[in-house]
Write a protein of this length. Sequence first.
Length: 131
Amino acid sequence: MNSAEAEVFVRRMLSVFTKLDATPAEFAVFTSPDYIQYVNGEALDAKAAAAHMLALHATVTSLSITIDRFVSDGRSAATVHFADAVKKSGERVRLKVVAFYVFENDRIKLVDEVTHLVQGGAEDSDLGSRR
């Protein structure tokens, strides 16, 4: 894929990820069978990433992602984005995420990200990898 296609692909994947009724199967369309995601040094395989998505969706009433910066060479990409959520308690959470993606066979094989809690309580610092 070229860099423009990579951007569309990542935006579509993030759109599915933020859809609170999305299923792991809908998310799996974007990832390779041997998908691995590192979040602040913690490794999540495809099964753990799906568990993370479901746990996050169970915690919040809304979730949105705004991409601030995007670069890609078509084989890999990087984003700086903000994840904004409203928890079921009504509290707002904001994370700044710096993520690096590697593509293989038109799917995401690897995500390596660092998340930073901008707004929210200390208990929300694991929202980027909560399962």
